[in-house]
Design a protein around this ligand. Structure first.
Ligand code: TXE
Length: 497
């Protein structure tokens, strides 16, 4: 046990009258309702946050619109990039404070909060900062012949879409918000962020740091409260030009429908799924175990790209599952703020109950629970990391996203059968293929239906590489240059002379 001491800034932040961040200042909120923030490691309420109403939504959307047409439009692309770089620097300076706050709210182990929520977020922020001054259109010669000797020239412009509504889930509440905010700001858009009601605090602090970085008031706003209530108010607001959503498939579909129904508002959806990982027979059992740990159990499996369906050669599966169970039994399970913890709690009670219900369903379906499958004693939302051996590809645990530390395994005999199994899903966010035969892997690349395909790795995101789902895992891409298309409109300008 080596629980870290909370920084003074974190303790005092928790006792503040927290609510929202609108037009450059913390706002308590007009309504009287407050909702609790629960520490998943202890089950205790650690703070309360004001539940937003239409009043906060309207104020945030108005502020974002005013900044879009005013201060942010007048900020040069180079200076927008400088602002993002300064914010990246401030995230680093406040690394420990934000990491502790994040771990307290989400149950993410402290090392992951530091590495992903802060260090990775800063890298992503800097990557987008570089794009701010490089967003451009094209000039082109027109194709049709002139009628009477007149001439034509034409060019395209990439213009910011306007106010973006960024709806963020609880699993990486800083990092996913940074992806949306940095992409929007680099393109000249402004943003209203709606954090998950389970993790409402860290973005309030990030918004304060954005002001310190010189980002004008109104460019970044945060409204807290229930997604069901605030979501439709934000999406349906006349100033909302685009929605960028990350979360579950059913909510994503509802968000997409609302955006479309409201005058075809632009929408990108980064949803989950049921990602597959396929191991070919040339990989050693120990390497398979390492790959499975990387792909399936990090952050208690609460990563949208994590693998949940694993296909192992029939000749190897018994040995691999036995070795994997051994490794899982050695994991140090504990509180998120304990430096020695390798595996923390699930992020919230609702999710914990969902995972326990899935364990019951697996038992009812006659799946073999090779390891785990139970809640852990004590306060907090802890479950065992779990290995399930499926009977067939039709089993519920091979089809339904758990979003937890629940990896389900199926044996295969032929590689052709393997590809069919990998593609047998309505989803397609990410997949991985593990083999020492790179030539074989490359021949499989175009046959696997997935937005991202990793070879001999899993769960690595890089800002230079587009990320997003195919099939029911989403619409649109984040990162790379692909993001620009989703935060700008293309205007064609044609001139006769
Ligand atoms: O997610 P939601 P929840 C999965 C995970 C989890 C389940 C439910 O399995 O157990 O989803 O979690 C906002 N209009 N994932 O309820 O509903 C909500 O406030 C607009 C997987 O937390 O997807 C939050 O800010 N917004 C996933 C965000 O949407 C609405 C990550 C995500 O919430 C809304 C998270 C509405 N009608 C959960 N309803 C992944 N794969 O990345 C809710 N929201």
């Amino acid at each position: 046990m080596s629980e870290i001491r909370l920084l003074e800034q974190v303790s005092s932040f928790l006792t503040r009258n927290n609510g929202h961040y609108i037009n450059g200042r913390a706002v308590n909120g007009s309504g009287s309702e407050r909702f609790p923030v629960v520490n998943p490691s202890s089950g205790e309420v650690i703070a309360e946050v004001n539940e937003g109403t239409a009043e906060e939504v309207n104020a945030a959307m108005d502020a974002a619109r005013a900044a879009f047409t005013g201060s942010w439009a007048q900020t040069s692309p180079m200076e927008r990039g400088n602002c993002l770089n300064r914010l990246a620097e401030l995230l680093q300076q406040h690394r420990e404070e934000l990491a502790q706050l994040e771990s307290l709210c989400s149950g993410k182990i402290i090392q992951l909060s530091r590495l992903f929520e802060l260090d990775q977020s800063s890298h992503f922020m800097r990557y987008f900062a570089g794009w701010a001054s490089k967003i451009s259109g094209e000039t082109m010669s027109l194709s049709l012949p002139s009628m009477q000797g007149e001439k034509y020239t034409a060019f395209t412009r990439r213009e910011p879409v306007g106010v973006v509504v960024g709806i963020v889930p609880w699993n990486f509440s800083i990092m996913i918000a940074v992806w949306k905010m940095a992409a929007a700001l680099a393109c000249g858009c402004t943003i209203v962020l709606k954090p998950s009601e389970f993790t409402p605090l860290t973005l309030l602090r990030v918004a304060e740091l954005a002001k310190e970085a010189g980002i004008p008031d109104g460019v970044i706003n945060v409204v807290n409260g229930s997604g069901r209530t605030l979501g439709p108010l934000l999406i349906g607001h006349p100033h909302c030009a685009k929605v960028s959503f990350t979360g579950s498939v059913p909510t994503g579909i509802a968000v997409g429908k609302e955006a479309m129904a409201d005058n075809l508002k632009r929408v990108t959806l980064e949803l989950g799924g049921k990602n597959g990982a396929a191991f070919l027979a040339d990989v050693t059992p120990d390497a398979m175990v390492n790959g499975i740990l990387e792909a399936g159990y990090m952050n208690q499996g609460q990563i949208c790209a994590a693998a949940e369906r694993f296909y192992l050669p029939k000749s190897h599966i018994d040995e691999v599952l036995q070795k994997l169970a051994q490794r899982l039994s050695q994991l140090h399970i504990g509180a998120s703020l304990d430096e020695s913890t390798e595996f923390g709690p699930l992020a919230n009670r609702a999710h914990y109950e969902k995972i326990l219900a899935l364990f019951d369903k697996a038992r009812q379906e006659g799946n073999e629970i090779v390891y785990g499958g139970n809640a852990l004693q004590g306060p907090g939302f802890f479950v065992e990391p779990t290995i399930i051996r499926a009977k067939s590809a039709q089993d519920l645990l091979m089809r339904e996203e758990t979003f937890g530390p629940v990896c389900t395994f199926l044996a295969y005999e032929e590689e052709e059968e393997l590809i069919a199994m990998m593609n047998d899903s309505p989803y397609g966010l990410a997949a991985s293929l593990w083999t020492n035969d790179l030539s074989k892997a490359l021949r499989m690349v175009d046959r696997i239906e997935s937005g991202t395909l990793w070879i001999n790795m899993h769960n690595f995101l890089d800002p230079a590489l587009p990320f997003g789902g195919i099939k029911a895992s989403g619409i649109g891409r984040e990162f790379g240059s692909a993001f620009i298309e989703h935060y700008t409109e293309l205007k064609s300008v044609m001139v006769r002379y």
